[in-house]
Design a binder for this molecule. Sequence first.
Ligand SMILES: Cc1cc2nc3c(=O)[nH]c(=O)nc-3n(C[C@H](O)[C@H](O)[C@H](O)COP(=O)(O)O)c2cc1C
Length: 178
Amino acid sequence: MDFTELLNKRRSIRAFEPKPVSKETVEEIIKAAGKAPSWKNSQTGRYYVVMSETALEEIKTECLPPFNAKNCADAQVLIVTTFVKGIAGFNGDGEPVNNLGEGWGAYDLGLQNENLVLKAAELGLGTLIMGIRDNVKLKERLGIPENEEVAAVISLGYPAVSPSEPKRKEVSEIAKFF
Ligand SMILES: Cc1cc2nc3c(=O)[nH]c(=O)nc-3n(C[C@H](O)[C@H](O)[C@H](O)COP(=O)(O)O)c2cc1C
């Protein structure tokens, strides 16, 4: 599949087949995430992969609002994504290098996560990036260290739907040329 085809194929998936996803497949997808560029190659993105039936149920019911729990009801995997704070965008003595501060950690994680969802799409899997989640409960449940910030929860599974592309802005609306 060429890159443009892959870009067009990836969609947010909110209904999944109840078909298992192997650990090896998840590892392959996370390996692709790790190929992303990062601030001074600091690679501060982290992944907490939830695959067991009990843990999936707990995270869906306790850490997601009902509408997102419904969006991932049959997802076989939930990947909680975090980044280690105070590294990307910071200098050696812990001062932010510029205006974006911890935003650079989130930026790097976003780059990784785009790789992750594209690799999943290439392998015929669907994903949904969920930004609406309970970060405090996720930290508690998964024992995520204090120095990590929770960002998105990404559901993963074999898609049961094939949505069409939501309307995109024109290049002229998002870019200015000088
Ligand atoms: C940072 C981020 C947070 C999102 N949070 C949610 C969410 O909590 N629930 C949801 O259903 N979709 C969520 N989405 C999915 C977007 O609604 C979706 O990407 C957008 O409508 C474009 O559709 P597409 O992904 O199929 O291109 C999120 C996407 C991103 C990138």
